[in-house]
Write a protein that binds this ligand. Sequence first.
Ligand code: SF4
Length: 224
Amino acid sequence: MRIGGFQQFSLIDYPGKMAAIVFTQGCNFRCGYCYNPRLVCPKQFEAPLDEAAIFEFLEMRRGKLEGVVVTGGEPTIQSGLVDFLGKLKAMNYAVKLDTNGSNPDVLAGVIDLKLVDFIAMDIKTSMAKYEKVIGVKPDLERIKQSINLILNSGVRCQFRTTLLKPHCTEEDLKEIQKMIGDSRQYVLQLFMPSSSIIDKSLLEQEHYTRNEVQRLRLLFQRGF
Ligand code: SF4
């Protein structure tokens, strides 16, 4: 796997677990708000990290760390993902996989092989507006397949949306709610302006305030 970053310890990225984080290099989307272009845009890639050194570290931390989060970039475009997750499971780590949902076949494979204990998927907005958010032409059927696959997998899951004005409105959230149903496994995130994001023009635009996001969260929980 091409690994662009490694964090030895986190208490917030794997709910309920002390976890290390592996950041894979490369993504098939180009979300304007992405704050990690060095994991997305090939021109900004640095030399990949040594996978063996990461496993050495994880071996030393067995019994202390509880889990490993594999995130991106987009992990499901990595040809070595199945082997990598298999090694983590063989070391008895709980594994959380973050994905943009573009590769349901890969997700089906890792679910069938019982290589993941938690899947978190971004739902960027309603299907009609997806392209505006991700910056490339989406295969919407594959996104929908991933959502249904995850929902029916029995694997612990979470869906997340970063609210980007005007591409994710109350109407768009209604559509997302219809797709996922249970709001307990859904997280609405505030867009956080940062100088590192891919599309700097977003910094000039108006964005949701914390209060507006809170209102939308409540609407999502109670029903629109
Ligand atoms: S899918 Fe995630 S990693 Fe890829 S560009 Fe979008 S926000 Fe960045």
